[in-house]
Design a protein around this ligand. Sequence first.
Ligand code: ADP
Length: 345
Amino acid sequence: MITLSSVKKSYKSAEGEVTALKGVDLSIERGEIYGIIGLSGAGKSTLIRCINMLERPTEGKVIVDGKDLTALSEADLRKERKGIGMIFQHFNLLSSATVYDNVAFPLRLANADDETIRKKVEPLLALVGLADKAQQYPAQLSGGQKQRVGIARALAAGPKVLLSDEATSALDPQTTKSILQLIADINKKLGLTVVIITHEMQVIKDVCDKVAVIADGVIAEKGSVVDIFTKPQNPITREFVSTLLSNDLPINYREKELLQEPVEGGELLLRLTFLGERADDPVIADVIRRFPIEVSILYGTLDQIQSLPYGRMIVGVKGEQAEIDRALAYLDTRDLKKEVLGYVR
Ligand code: ADP
């Protein structure tokens, strides 16, 4: 549905040239929710704005639904842009217009008549849960409701693609969840392709099918959300994933020094990750039965990624080193991921 090939973008400024994108290749399938995550300044906004040509790439091609947008005239581009809706961090609503008129705005621009507009706007307001707010003004709405107006407006022209530029960054966690749920519903109901940029791994985990990690104008890593969460390769990806895994250790362990080598009478700390239906496999009970070692669960959580159960556990292991080594080798034969965090005294 969307293909970016070798997209580069430089900005000329007073201090010289800034290259925000240094050659980005990305392929997004129809109906997918694709997340792009990166730190501030990584090039996320530039990238998403290149998808609808709010920024024109300096080099490379942007193909949306079979059309090379970089090759189109301004007039043809305006037509193609109707197929690409966008929502923003600060909603960008018209403060002097009602909710209804904000959503109707793109249709009025296209010279639609009142009846056509009503037939489009009313179901859209129902879809985003604002049917009873049609005559209110943005100032009377909460942040989440404002973003719902933004979403309805983005959908008014019947787009095939929805771009979300940090659309939940100004919202509290609870409202963020409800907006992401709405985006997921729309993706399913309307078969829309969605591209989300964010700096929050939680957003990626909650709603995306695939993710690309962008750093310093290049894609550092991309893949399915499940793969990226369970097997991150790039250090930057690991850092993002760890933002969701932090504070795993009980407080009295956080202050202890993690040693790479076993210490006499010490304890081995392991992180175990289970994905899929094995997430609640009684593997710990099994290990204790097989080996004369002591295992204590220091942290455990069961979560979901892409509707797959995803369990994480940190265990402390004590015992004879030879037995611990045998238990570790045994864990390698099981369907789980094992990471040795280190040894503590
Ligand atoms: P992000 O969205 O990840 O924070 P941006 O795409 O906004 O990153 O910015 C990437 C880089 O490009 C930054 O160094 C930023 O300062 C620069 N940049 C972005 N927009 C402009 C612009 N209009 N003019 C000059 N430099 C810009």
